[in-house]
Write a protein that binds this ligand. Sequence first.
Ligand code: BGC
Length: 372
Amino acid sequence: MKKILLSATALVVAGAFALTGCSSERGGDSGSGSGEETASGFDAGSTIGVALPDKTSENWVLAGQLFTDGLEKAGFKADVQYAPASNTVAEQQNQIQAMVTGGAKVIIIGAKDGKQLTTQVEAARDAGVAVIAYDRLIENTDAVDYYVAFDNFEVGKLQGQALLDGLAERAGHEAPYNIELFSGSPDDANSAVFFNGAMEVLQPKIDEGTLNVVSGQTEISQTATEGWKPENAQRRMDSILTSSYGSETLDGVLSPNDTLARAIITSAQQAGKPVPVVTGQDSEVESVKSIMEGVQYSTINKDTTLLVEQAIKMVGQLQKGDEVDVNDTDQYDNGKKVVPAYLLPPVIVTKENAAEAYANVPSLLEIVKSYE
Ligand code: BGC
C-alpha cells in the first residue's frame, strides 16, 4: 500500500472540507465503476453484514457490540461475525461469502488479512453489495467502496513523538537514548502505516545519533509481531534484552499498541530491568491504569464508538442512495484503486492529559479520576 504523506496543514484542510461536506462523493466516482448500483439505495430494514477479525485488542470486542446495537437502532438487521482465533483467514472468507449469499446489502469488514479477501469482496460487488473496509484497508482489489478508520499514519507519528517526549522526561539522562522498535502483525495493512508514521519522526533522530537501536533491528520485517500476539512481543523483548542489554540500559520502546506494550513492560520487569518509556495505542483499560500509575508512558485514543457511528452513518447514506461522506480521496491506494476514506483524528494520551483526552469516554474518565 502506498501512502502519500499529508502535512499537518493538509490534514486541517481535509478536516475543514469534511465539516463543510465539500468532499462528499458518490460511490463509484473514484474509479471502481461499482458504486453506482450500491449508491442507488436499498430497503430500510435490510441486513448489514459486519465481519470482524479475531479479538486481538479490546477495540474489536467493543466494535462488535456497538455494531449490533447501533445497526439495530438504525432499523437494520445486523449480522455481526468474528473470525475465530484459529483458522481466522479462511473463516472470515467463509463468513463474508455467506453474508453475500444471505442477501446483505452492505458488508463492513475489519480484515484479518487485508490481502486475502479479493475473491469475497469481488463476489460482493458482483451481487451489488457495497463493501466498507473498517479500520484496516482491504488491498489489491477495486471492489472495496469505502474505507473508514482513524488516521493511522498520524497514529504512528504521535507514537514516535510520544517516545521522544517520554525519553526527554523520564530517561534521567541526556541523549543519546537506547531504544527498540516493535511493529504489528504483517498481515494487517495498518502495521506498516503505524510503523512508517513513527519512523518519519524517529529515523532522523536515529540518523543524527540521538537514538540508538542497540539490537540493530530497524527493518519492519525484524520488528514485526505475528498475529499481534503479546507472547510474541514478549519473547522478542526477552531475547533482545539478553543479547543486547547486558551492560546497556534500555531507555525506550516503540510499541504499536497497548496489548504489546504491556507484554514489553512485563519482559523488562521479569528481567529485573528498569521499565523503559513505552508507547501504545487503543486506550485499553489495563494500559490506562498503567499510565496513571506512571508505568506505561502513552497510548492513543481512537474512540471505537465514534468509528462505529461513522460506519453506520455511511450505511445510512448508502441505504438512502445519498452521497457518502468522505474526507480523504488521495491517501489510501490499495494497489488497485485509491479508496475514498473517512478518517477520524486520533488523540495521544499521557498521564498529563488523560482527563482531558477521555472527557467524552465515561468509563475511562472514571479510571483516570480514581487516581486523582
Ligand atoms: C488496529 C489497532 C489494534 C491492532 C490489533 C489494528 O489494525 O488499528 O487499533 O491495536 O489492530 O488488534
